[in-house]
Each structure stands twice: as C-alpha cells, then as structure tokens.
Design a protein around this ligand. Sequence first.
Ligand SMILES: Cc1cc2nc3c(=O)[nH]c(=O)nc-3n(C[C@H](O)[C@H](O)[C@H](O)COP(=O)(O)O)c2cc1C
Length: 317
Amino acid sequence: MIVSLAPMEGLTGYVFRRVHAQCFGSLDRYYTPFLPPPRVGKQFGGKAFKELDPEHNHGLNVVPQLMSKNADEFVGATQVLAHMGYREVNLNLGCPSGTVVGKGKGSGFLRNLDELEAFLQDVCSRSALPVSVKTRVGFEDDAEYEEILNLYCRCPLAELVVHPRVRSDYYKGAPRQWLYGETLARAPFPVAYNGDIFSVEDADALMASYPQTRHVMIGRGLLANPALARMMQGGPAATVTELQRFHDALYRAYEAEIGGNAVFRMKEWWFYAKCAFADPLAVHRLIRKTRKASEYEAAAERVFREEGLAAVARFHG
Ligand SMILES: Cc1cc2nc3c(=O)[nH]c(=O)nc-3n(C[C@H](O)[C@H](O)[C@H](O)COP(=O)(O)O)c2cc1C
C-alpha cells in the first residue's frame, strides 16, 4: 500500500519532510502544501520556489499541489514543474478557508461545477504533467457528491484523493467513508483515501471495510505520531530518544531556514506533537508561553526529560 504525507500549509513543507525522512524513513510520496501558480511565462519565486527546489527535495517522491482556477496559469505552472523534474501535479479542491473559498478556489470550486468541469477538461488536455485532484465530497451537503463524482469520472485524472468531508465540516465530525467506497467502486482512475487515520487500528479498519484501498494519505496522525507510517508497515512505535532527536533536528532545520520564527513554527508542530505524551495538557502549558529561543529550548528539553509518553500516540484534536 502507498502511504503518503498530506499537504498541510505551515506544517508539512520541505523542512519537515526532509527531517522526518531522515529520522523515520521516507514515505512513498509527499504532497507540497498548496502553491499558487506563477503568472504565465514566469517561474515560481520566493517561498514557492524554496518548497519546490529539487535541492530541498533530494531523494523524496514529491507531488506539487497547486491551488488555482486559472487554466492558463495552471498549465504554465505544469510546464515549469515538468522542467524541474516533477512527474505529477495535484489540484487542491478541498481547502475550506474563507479567503480561498471566497475566491472560488479550493472547496469553493465545488460550488461551480460547470466552470470546474471546463477547467479540468482544459487543464487535463493541455497539462505537461498528469493531473491528480484532492477533493472534499461537497460544499454544504454530501448529496452534492453524486454530481461531483460523475464530473470527475468524465475527466482523465491521474488519481483522485478523497477527504470525505464537506467544506462546512472543516476538520470536524467523522469522515463519510462510504463516499470513498462509492468512489472506489465507480472511478476509472486510481483513488486514495484521506481523513482521520490516526493509528494502525484506523488504517486496519479502513482496509477491512475497503480492501481495494491502495493509497492512504495521512496528515495530523503523522504529526502526532511521527512513527505512524513505520508502524503501519509493522515497525515499532517511536521511543522518547527518537522523538527528541527528531524534535531537535526539526528545530535546528527551521532555525537555519527562518531564524527567530522557528519557535513560532515549532509551537504549531507541538499542537499535534503533544499527543505523543501521556499528559498533553502539561506539555502544552510548558511550551505555550515561551517566546525567546532560550526559553523555548529549555521548555522542550524539560518535556522530553519529565513527561512520559502516551501508551499510544494518537491525534485527538
Ligand atoms: C493546518 C492545516 C493545513 C492544511 N493545508 C492543506 C493544504 O495546503 N492542501 C491541502 O490539500 N490540504 C490541506 N490540509 C488538509 C490535509 O491535507 C488533510 O486533508 C486533513 O488534515 C485530513 O487528513 P488527516 O485527518 O490525515 O489530517 C490542511 C489541514 C490542516 C489542519
């Protein structure tokens, strides 16, 4: 089975995936957090270029994710990405953020199916790379998915990654896994599952219900338990020494990339990583008030020295 890392803006960028791969072994595939395509004829610049720079992704199988509703810019971006050596591009049709939806992008594109179909047919025919899609199953109501799935089935997609929530769920409530099952049964292209795989048991239950599953994408589960992919392949849970080594490497790598903002970035990571400990609230209290690098470093060191690990590291919100 393919296990991939979900795109998560601010969390699973090139620094994270490189350090995670060094400490816990590579996943089969990584998706970049969403990137805006450059203007037609231009290259990716700034933050997006850093994310895509082959130097930063050496040895990892990375799929760039784009967020756009401009077909010419999307196609132009695929040409740039093909030159950089990428072999697939992913379109974000799931982002629930108000700003994104307000512009008709991300899950907001699911409200305008005529425009979405014209866009997909156009970009699939002109793209320099195979086009995969990461989607939610509707905007307000999962009844919308019938029409959305029919639309996807008419397009030559490389793969469809299904996060079976609607936009108004954001990340709450149980994923509607039966709509993933419906997709597996009907789609003429490969299908992947994403949503709330937080433990080996969750992955096993998915496989038991949908034995045709060939690709599982994991996000929050791997942030809370960096050994999750390894455990899904029969490997051991993370030890406290491994976790501390991973933490230290991640912090140093962020420091090298973004200097003083590394503390802020690590605090976002701790929102998930605290779930690896028996008392996540105690971990949160130790980390949250730190501002200066020296305070942060002392607090993190104390967490690893004093806080015991949870029996099972599992994301729980
Ligand atoms: C903070 C945050 C940032 C995210 N950024 C992206 C993104 O850039 N692109 C995307 O397709 N999904 C994004 N997602 C959604 C995740 O990729 C994934 O679909 C979601 O977390 C459900 O999977 P999980 O339960 O395995 O975490 C984001 C989610 C969160 C919580």
